[in-house]
Design a protein around this ligand. Structure first.
Ligand SMILES: [Zn+2]
Length: 145
């Protein structure tokens, strides 16, 4: 049976036995897990990261972004979770699903590339510092200064 509301539960570890209608949120492990809101019983795992999902916890409830598209499950259900409410979205065509999957993949690649280039600068600084220390130690050891 489809549900139209979820109840957020903040946990460290995701329990083995999940209850329908509960949104298990683990900030420690950066993941949200729930049973598919269509009632099919499939476990839906949404990792929390800049390229996966993020959530907002307000006084009205928890909102998850982006939407949840269970393309790989038989039910193929698609919904938003907004202020603890489940907002159902009509089914998507195969082509639309492929487009979304492709876009997600490209977003991920772009994010990884961006992170890698951001990490270059500190690496060069570390390298320069280690060279400087080696040269300094050489002079100290040989008492040239
Ligand atoms: Zn389902």
């Amino acid at each position: 049976m489809r549900i139209n509301r979820v109840c957020p539960v903040f946990v460290e570890f995701i329990p083995e036995h999940l209850e329908s209608g509960k949104l298990y949120i683990s900030n420690e492990y950066g993941v949200i897990v729930h049973l598919c809101c269509c009632g099919c019983g499939e476990k839906v795992v949404t990792p929390l990261s800049p390229v996966d999902w993020s959530y907002i916890n307000s006084s009205k409830g928890v909102s998850l972004s982006p939407s949840i598209g269970n393309w790989d499950y038989v039910c193929q259900s698609h919904y938003f979770i907004n202020d603890n409410r489940v907002i159902w979205v009509g089914g998507m065509s195969k082509l639309q699903i492929e487009k979304v999957k492709k876009r997600d993949y490209e977003d991920k690649l772009a994010y990884i590339a961006e992170r890698n280039s951001a990490n270059t600068a500190p690496w060069i600084i570390m390298f320069a510092v280690s060279i400087f220390n080696k040269v300094k130690n050489f002079f100290i050891k040989n008492d040239i200064t």
